[in-house]
Design a protein around this ligand. Structure first.
Ligand SMILES: Cc1ncc(COP(=O)(O)O)c(C=O)c1O
Length: 494
């Protein structure tokens, strides 16, 4: 590669597709809308000629037919350099695609892997696809806020010592709430056990681009790291990246094959070019943009702190078990003193102020701040929170502690067998002792109560009913009323 190929101010793939569009070639290839000609006029008016003009599948354009490195290969190399990776893959099916591929590469049929119990659903889906067997590790937990935290290194060391066949451990950092784990500590214990540490940093595509942010997982020693670049990195929805570190604990060739297996043969250029552009922005202007936003957030936090009934999840949480750092780009408010739930608070912000948070639980509301916010938008947030706290104020109550599920006995059969096996739907009350085909997680606590392949116990049923009664939203249950559940058909004696 030449010196120009290391120039982070270039966006080779974006430039190549702009060049193609600007030449205005006569297209006799798909997509059939031909840059808008064959599109519904409403779609054309909504998205504009530019968006439809760039909407093509990677490879259709001949852009990547030239000598190596092609613009696409160069774009991935520049991303690897910017993130400090040995190799980076662009993903067009979200960080979910990355988790599916990681499971296929690192947790093949029958292989045990350690996985954080509250990993994103795409990890369990990945294990359904690969046939790997999860050994779950519980995250730390804040019962008052019903909030899962990170994994403690000492706990990881114990789980790895008890499971010597494991070769890979999957953890999540940062959490939805912006709290990072002690990734360096986890990497140290994983590597001491000869295990690859894989970090789902879906919520931290911007980490590593400003010194006041928590360290990126890759720089803290992780062997592979996933960034959902569309979340906070500035690329388009559904685009993400998977980064490989420099160790040899992960087989890059196997991972590359798995990534290809989970992508369309018509990857959207729009998504891929947006990744190239997002990388350029983070690498060349990230520190400045983030710095300006972080400065604004200091004032925002102090104004939020002055609202008597509002608490903040912030830097003060660092040092608790499972919390190694805090990403200030998340504003997490604790509304318990207002006397309402986070869900009511969020609803009121939407109804009365047309202001839409990312998530709410019984105790909290989570706002995602972008790399480049304006003081006006942040003012609107502070004013809306203050007005809502005043409007909803009543005697505190109704946000009782949300307990986490009890420790899991683990999977009795693999998630793959439970998902693909013959199932029957039975009354939940008659399901004790049966093997679940479903994943059910309540938010809060955001920790699955049941995963495919696990035995249904009376305690699990009681926990599900308790959190549903406390107002938790149940994800994954085929029957949200919790009357029935899909279980594996039992072998009946002949
Ligand atoms: C921790 C975590 N990992 C992975 C994903 C999947 O990301 P994507 O939506 O980009 O597929 C999410 C989505 O919210 C997530 O929270």
């Amino acid at each position: 590669m030449s010196a120009a190929d290391h120039d982070q101010s270039r966006a080779p793939y974006l430039d190549a597709i702009v060049g193609y569009r600007d030449r205005d070639p006569t297209r006799f290839h798909v997509p059939g809308h031909k840059g808008g000609l064959g599109a519904d006029p409403g779609l054309l008016a909504a998205l504009g000629e530019d968006a439809l003009g760039f909407d093509m599948a990677q490879g259709i354009d001949g852009i990547d037919d030239g000598p190596e490195p092609t613009p696409y290969a160069l774009a991935e190399k520049l991303a690897a350099e910017a993130y400090g990776a040995e190799q980076t893959w662009f993903l067009s099916n979200g960080a979910s695609q990355g988790n599916h591929a990681l499971c296929l590469a690192l947790a093949p049929l029958g292989r045990e892997v350690v996985a954080q119990r509250n990993s994103h659903a795409s990890i369990v889906d990945g294990l359904v696809l690969s046939g790997g067997i999860p050994i779950f590790i519980e995250p730390e937990y804040d019962p008052d806020l019903g909030m899962a935290l990170g994994v403690e290194p000492a706990h990881l060391a114990e789980v790895l010592a008890a499971n010597p066949r494991v070769q890979a451990a999957f953890i999540v950092s940062p959490t939805y709430y912006g709290l990072t784990a002690d990734v360096a500590g986890c990497a140290e214990v994983a590597h001491a056990a000869g295990v690859a540490l894989i970090v789902d940093q879906a919520w931290g595509a911007h980490l590593g681009f400003h010194p006041d942010l928590p360290a990126s997982a890759l720089s803290a020693g992780a062997d592979a790291v996933l960034t959902s670049t569309h979340k906070l990195g500035g690329s388009m929805t559904q685009s993400a990246m998977l980064h490989l570190g420099s160790s040899e604990r992960v087989d890059g060739a196997a991972l590359g094959r798995a990534i290809r297996l989970f992508r369309s043969t018509s990857q959207s250029m729009l998504l891929l070019a947006s990744l190239d552009a997002a990388r350029r922005q983070l690498a060349t202007r990230g520190e400045q943009l983030l710095g300006e936003t972080l400065e604004l957030l200091v004032d925002v936090r102090s104004r939020l702190n002055e609202i008597e009934l509002i608490g903040l999840v912030d830097e003060s949480f660092v040092g608790r078990p499972g919390v190694g750092g805090f990403d200030p780009l998340r504003i997490v408010i604790d509304v318990r003193a207002v006397g309402c739930t986070g869900l009511e608070f969020s609803e009121s912000l939407q109804q009365q102020h047309d202001l839409h948070p990312e998530m709410a639980t019984h105790a909290t509301v989570v706002f995602v701040v972008s790399l480049a916010e304006t003081p006006e938008r942040l003012d609107r947030l502070v004013e809306a929170v203050a007005a809502t706290a005043e409007r909803l104020q009543r005697p505190p109550g109704g946000n009782e502690q949300v307990h986490r599920p009890g420790p899991s006995e683990g999977c009795i059969v693999s998630p793959r067998e439970a998902f693909l096996g013959e199932a029957e739907v039975i009354e939940l009350d008659h399901a004790v002792g049966r093997i679940s085909c479903e994943s059910i997680a309540g938010y809060p606590p955001g920790i699955p109560a049941l995963l495919p392949g696990e035995r249904i116990t009376a305690e699990v049923i009681a926990h599900l009913r308790e959190i549903a009664a406390a107002g938790s939203r149940l994800h994954g249950a085929s029957d949200p009323t919790l009357t029935t559940i899909a279980v594996l058909l039992e072998e009946r004696p002949a």
